[in-house]
Design a protein around this ligand. Structure first.
Ligand SMILES: Nc1ncnc2c1ncn2[C@@H]1O[C@H](COP(=O)(O)OP(=O)(O)O)[C@@H](O)[C@H]1O
Ligand SMILES: [Mg+2]
Length: 351
């Protein structure tokens, strides 16, 4: 539905060159929620602006619905833009006008009759659960309500694609969650494909099907959300995943475990979705005769499923622990052995 191939974009200001996008390729399928995450300056906004032709690439191609955008002008360009709604971090609403007025703007631009506009505004306002605010001034609304209006305005012309540029970044966590739920409904109930960019990993975790991670104008990693969260490859991805899933050894660990004078190994186990059907931890004790100490645990909901991370101290002799590792690896859990650096109080993961 959206396809970027080898797209680059460089900005030149005086003698300075900024490579905002470097050889970026990606594909967004119809009906999915595709998230792009990256720190500030990574090139996310530039990328999303290519999709509705607010920005053009220096090299490479951008296609929406199979149509290459570079040649579009006049009528063809307005047809493209009608397919695409956009939601912004700062809402971009006319604060001094009513909710109704704001949502009616794109419909007026399409030349709709007054009756049609009335009907459609009511429809989308009901959808975003703000029906009673129709005649309120935008300036009287909370941030979350303003973003609902922003979404309603984007939906007014029945787009096939919704682009969201940091749509929840100006909102508190609770409001963020309600806006994300609304976007999920937009996707599921209206069948609208969503491409969103964010610097918040919990946004990806809550609603995205697939994710691309951007750094310095490049996509460094891409895939299904469960896969990327379960086995992040790039360092920047690990940092992002750590902001929502704590897979670290707790600080107190270094003080408590020293007193343990029996032989042990430390392992990190990840269980993603329903890929593991056995009671792994119980079996370690029963089958391998080990003592298992749960040092850390974190369970996160993701994509209607679950991802859990356990830090286990396997206590037993080397042979028992070797057998236990083999059993874990066979179970489908993702295992990493953790090596402790006592001096610096850090651990490193080994395969
Ligand atoms: N119109 C522009 N002129 C000059 N530099 C720009 C312009 N737009 C973006 N940039 C630069 O390109 C880089 C990527 O910006 P942007 O796409 O906004 O990143 P993000 O949205 O990930 O924060 C930044 O270094 C930014 O300063
Ligand atoms: Mg941005």
């Amino acid at each position: 539905m959206i396809r970027l191939e080898h797209v680059s974009r460089t900005f030149r200001e005086k003698n300075l060159e900024v490579h905002a996008l470097q050889d970026v390729s990606l594909q967004v399928q119809e009906g999915e929620i595709y998230g792009i995450v990256g720190f500030s300056g990574a090139g996310k906004s530039t990328l999303i602006r290519l999709v509705n032709r607010l920005e053009t690439p220096d090299t490479g191609t951008v296609r929406v619905d199979g149509e290459e955008l570079s040649g579009l002008k006049g009528k063809a360009l307005s047809i493209l833009r009608r397919k695409i709604g956009m939601v912004f971090q700062q809402f971009n609403l006319l604060e001094g006008k009513t909710v109704y007025h704001n949502i009616a703007i794109p419909l007026r631009m399409e030349g709709r009759s007054k009756a049609e506009i009335e009907r459609r505004v009511s429809e989308v306002l009901d959808f975003v659960e703000l029906g009673e605010k129709k005649n309120a001034y935008v300036s009287q609304l909370s941030g979350g309500q303003k973003q609902r209006v922003g979404i309603a305005r984007a939906l007014a012309t029945k787009p096939k694609i919704l682009l969201c540029d940091e749509a929840t970044s100006a909102l508190d966590p609770q409001t963020t969650e309600s806006i994300l739920k609304l976007l999920k409904r937009v996707n599921q109930e209206m069948g609208i494909t969503i491409m969103l960019i964010t610097h918040q990993m919990q946004v990806i975790q809550m609603i995205c099907d697939r994710v691309a991670v951007m750094e310095n104008g490049k996509i460094v990693e891409e895939g299904n959300v469960l896969d990327v969260f379960g086995q992040p490859q790039a360092e920047v991805t690990r940092r992002f995943v750590r902001t929502v899933i704590n897979d670290q050894v707790p600080e107190t660990f270094y003080d408590t475990i020293r007193s343990e004078n029996r032989h042990y190994r430390l392992e990190q186990l990840k269980f993603i979705g329903d890929t593991v059907n056995e009671p792994v931890i119980a079996s370690l004790c029963r089958r391998e005769g080990l003592d298992v100490n749960i040092v850390g645990a974190n369970i996160s909901p993701m994509q209607g499923s679950m991802m859990s991370v356990f830090i286990l101290q396997l206590i037993g002799d080397s042979e028992q622990i070797n057998a236990a590792e083999a059993y874990i690896d066979k179970s489908g859990a993702i295992r990493k052995r953790l090596i402790i650096d006592w001096e610096n109080r850090t651990v490193t993961e080994t395969a």
